[in-house]
Design a protein around this ligand. Structure first.
Ligand code: ATP
Length: 283
């Protein structure tokens, strides 16, 4: 039997860094949403082996124990005493180290797929709990729908989101290390988006209020190191985007646009400026 699960990219409509915890992680308050730029994870049982074998169309991801997909499979095998092996194919579309949680979403899709393959009957909440052991964004990615996410990512509260705009993703030709950006966070100077107001605006489908309250505490930290991100933001705003923000720790910038024609125009206009550009829908 073979099972395929979609692994959508995420963006942060809001990301507030609240404090540094004693365990070294930062306490966060976020509104996360998923977009239909997706990897695909296909799992197939290997009856004559107990190994986890990875293959991918991408040369940018490790095909060994360092892959988040491997970690997810190893965790499930160990926790549920599964002896049989599994072959996993990672069809990669999400850019790597982009602030789009590609690796975390792949891990989450692996958990969902193996839950079906091995008929474990785990709920999404149980899979999210397992996901905490793999990475901070994995619990959100298990749900893969708009949510308020707190702690270091372990508390996920799905929220209703009915007004789903077009999203233009612009990925500059460099990656960013998330731990490196968090190391440079100065809690005394970062900005703090109002996540309560943003959540209420999403739930009430108040588009203007959502656009006014988008914000990311990490944006200035990454911008300081990579001024190109400011230029991309300015370009997108000048072409008429409804709002523009960096996702996660960057470097991907996303523009929201509620008019389809305009979204296509903005997307075409940025292509000469940056060659990794995607026009997608919010899920
Ligand atoms: P986040 O926003 O959660 O920090 P990101 O989008 O910035 O994530 P990823 O694409 O998840 O970053 O990759 C981060 C690192 O994880 C890369 O250095 C990559 O080599 C490693 N990695 C391990 N497994 C995967 C995977 N399945 N897909 C992508 N990257 C992976």
């Amino acid at each position: 039997m073979e099972i395929t699960e979609k692994a959508p990219a995420k963006i942060n409509l809001g990301l507030d860094v609240i404090s540094k915890r004693t365990d070294g992680y930062h306490e966060l308050d976020m509104i996360m949403a998923s977009v239909d730029l997706s990897d695909r994870i296909t799992v197939r049982e290997l009856p004559d082996s107990s190994d986890i074998k990875l293959q991918s169309n991408s040369s940018f991801v490790p095909l060994n124990k360092k892959n988040h997909v491997y970690k997810a499979a190893a965790l499930i095998k160990k926790r549920f005493h599964i002896e049989t092996g599994v072959a996993i194919y990672i069809d990669k579309k999400i850019p790597v180290a982009a602030g789009l949680a590609g690796g975390s979403s792949d891990a989450a899709a692996t958990l969902r797929a193996l839950n079906q393959l091995w008929q474990l009957g785990l709920s999404l909440a149980e899979l999210a709990k397992l996901g905490e052991e793999i990475g901070s964004d994995v619990p959100y990615c298990v749900y893969g729908q708009t949510a308020r996410v707190t702690g270091r990512g372990e508390h996920v509260k799905p929220i209703t989101n009915t007004k789903k705009p077009w999203v233009i993703l612009v990925k500059p030709a460099f990656g960013v290390s998330t731990p490196d950006i968090f190391r440079h966070v100065d809690l005394a100077t970062i900005t703090h988006p109002d996540i309560d107001t943003l959540e209420a605006a999403v739930v009430n489908a108040d588009v203007d209020k959502v656009l006014q309250n988008l914000g990311n505490s990490l944006e200035d930290v990454t911008l300081d190191k990579h001024p190109l991100i400011s230029k991309i933001k300015a370009h997108l705003m000048a072409r008429g985007a409804d709002a523009v923000l960096m996702s996660g720790s960057g470097p991907t910038v996303f523009a929201l646009c509620h008019q389809e024609k305009k979204a296509h125009r903005i997307c075409d206009s940025i292509k000469g400026f940056c060659n990794e550009v995607y026009l997608v829908r919010m899920l």
